[in-house]
Write a protein that binds this ligand. Sequence first.
Ligand SMILES: C[S@@+](CC[C@H](N)C(=O)[O-])C[C@H]1O[C@@H](n2cnc3c(N)ncnc32)[C@H](O)[C@@H]1O
Length: 135
Amino acid sequence: MTAIDLSDGMLSKAIKKLKNKPNIKFMQMDIQSATFETNTFDTIIASYVFCSVPDPVKELKEISRVCKKEGKIILLEHVRSDNKIVGALMDLLNPLTVGMLGFNINRNTENNVVNSGLHSYLVKYLWFDIFRMLL
Ligand SMILES: C[S@@+](CC[C@H](N)C(=O)[O-])C[C@H]1O[C@@H](n2cnc3c(N)ncnc32)[C@H](O)[C@@H]1O
């Protein structure tokens, strides 16, 4: 198992939490320039990452490249609500979350998945229509 994150601080937290699980290789890496070979992984799980990467379509293409053709990609994401009022509120607040916290709250990750060329996925709503699992 390989775990990557851009941030050393986040990796340190993960290493601390998972200290009893010996077979995990932790790597500091930017998914925009991943150094993995094409078709490397059987399964890729990304949790709450595509709200903060600069170009989600490009980065989704990159995880698609490193996943085996018959492999599985599972995304946990918070996304823009489909509700007109809640979605508009999220658009309004987005510059604040980007400026203060570094992530977007109004991304349409399902569209980004389609635009990246990934297909045949299921969407499970985990909390209203904002927290979703795409698989
Ligand atoms: C909201 S946090 C989620 C952290 C963790 N995955 C979790 O579910 O608890 C978003 C994470 O994405 C990482 N990240 C942002 N841009 C990245 C990139 N280009 N490549 C790799 N990781 C990135 C950040 O460092 C941060 O740890």
